[in-house]
Design a protein around this ligand. Sequence first.
Ligand code: PEP
Length: 242
Amino acid sequence: MSKIVANYKVNFVDADFKKLLKRMDGFSFKNAEFIVCPPYTSLHIFKNKSVLLGAQNLSSTDKIPTGEISAEMLKDMNVKYVILGHSERRKAFFETDEQIRNKVLKALEFGLKPIVCVGESLQNKKKGETLSVLEKQLNTILRDIYTNELENIIIAYEPVWAIGSGNAIKKSDLQEIVKNIKFILEKMYGKLFVNKISILYGGSVNVDNYQSIISVKGIDGLLVGGVALDFEKLFKIIEGLN
Ligand code: PEP
């Protein structure tokens, strides 16, 4: 079973999501778990449908601040997944690994599955820092998570330079990085638990490259942004995963 998470970011309004819902109607998702992550304002379109629903963020505190959305509110909308630590939020709102960790803990407390985004910047990549950046992010965000929670955690490896750039990672590079992510997780949790955590790849996935990405050993699915806006392409990928 492969996962495909569609991150709609600040795209689409209710009318567009109704079209997506219509496109999904009657579609047989056999081997693909399709997780739709619309903006908060359109979660209600999917609330009472048999759709795997995700949000794009949550607040790690229940009391403050004005304008935030809590885990409890997401539960109330039938949300099951939540994208946390997306590089766009890290950049725009200076989200730190420690803050992302608090959001992960809040999500788990409320029975939401966190989709934890990690990945290196172009500068990190050029300096050969990819693995040390990933190790630091994972060690901080996922330290001391109870092993019985690990099956609820999804890591989305999203190199920052690949997001929205049209330049997806090379298969051989992804193979190497996934091997190392598993190694980092093994050091954190031990061999027995490594494979409980799903690992997705995100960053310029499209109809031409998804097959080579999904064929990488240890990759359990995809996180897609831009391509999810085009239903024809999106469903071509979902069909391919089926
Ligand atoms: C993303 O925003 O997480 C993403 C993967 O976007 P894109 O597919 O457009 O690179």
